[in-house]
Unconditional design. Sequence first.
Length: 446
Amino acid sequence: MLDFITRFNYDDLVELTINIYGNLYLLIMIFTLAISTVQDKNHNLIKKISVPYTDEILIFYILIFLYNFTDILLIFFENSDRHPIFVAERIMVLIYYVIGGMLTLLLLDFVRKYVVDKVDYPPALIIVQILRLLQIACFFMLVISQFNGFIYYYDENGQYVHGFGYWIWQGVTVIIFLFIGITIFVNRKIVDPFLENILRIVIIIPLVAFVVSMIIPEANFTNIFVIIASLLVYLLYENHKTLYAVENVVEMESAQRKLMMDQIKPHFLHNSLNSIIYYIDRDPDKAKESLVNFSKYLRVNLNSVNTEGLIPFAQELEHTKIYLSLEKLRFEDDLNIEYDIKDEDFLLPALSLQPMVENAVKHGIHKSDSGSGTVKISTVEDSECHVIKVIDNGAGFDTEELKTMDDTHIGVKNVMKRLEMECGGKLEFQSKLGEGTVCTISIPKE
């Protein structure tokens, strides 16, 4: 045991102690993030919503943990003359390089996904692809190095030595990090501040560590700096998670208030009552049936404000049919309704289909040149989602308007927000002026 301890010098013991404590902190971070993610997915309100970048940060911590754990093992294996340990050391060095390269690729893909793809600047995407190929080429050189010592090798005394390719490996890493830093700086006005701060930390601190290691080659500060960066990222993430949770609660409350206000539709109520009055003398039975439907429509709309959780699609479809029966009183033969329901065994937020059908009637059919047309409601199930389509052959509209939606589009904005927050769903539109609109609601499967 004493012989084992005497193999370590003071620097090794300090580095070993810092790495062990750092890895313990990393384990706590990993478990905290993993448990938090599971709890969010099981939450009735936000089970489909997670804090942005959580998955990438979790992968980042796992790789950092493995990176540091490998370094800890290397310190234990170092200077041992026992053959099995010498073989294990070689394996650990290889793993150490592989994980480092994977971390670099993770950060590059992170920037590509959340920055480069959003700015839609083709040259930047080309550079990303070139840098990715360079890193993959480095992995190939790493494999070759096991036979020719291009990146690193062991001398006759069994000591680890950098080869010529080591500086190529490091150079590619530095170039990728510099590209990430420049990309963030150039696009700082459109980049999420939280994302910008994270990337600044994980780019600047390792670069500082690299410069320090160039100035003081005998010292290994890389892992220490990486641990510091991980701790700072965790503090940023926890602060952002708290703010994000508050923003979601505020947005949900705002969506509920807007939903309540959106249900007060004086024009529709006035037109429906006038239509019922019209039929009282001409067709009393039809007027009576319509009055019952009108009462049901009002009750469901007003009760929906206090509805918690999701409701069966069949319930939402029934409410939509009641709404359409009232519209038929006005439009009569000018409004045709078609149904193609192939899937109805799923849940969705209350008043998510009916407002979209109302949108098709009000802005599609009613505003068309002829003032008449057909609204078709269809459902189908695919491998990932339950898909609802509301199709009309009405006036159509310019979908670019959706990018600048204001309060005049409160119904669409409200449905989009509630679908996203309550079930992770999406609302999309395809439309052509004068030809009609296809509204698609996608509800992810559990």
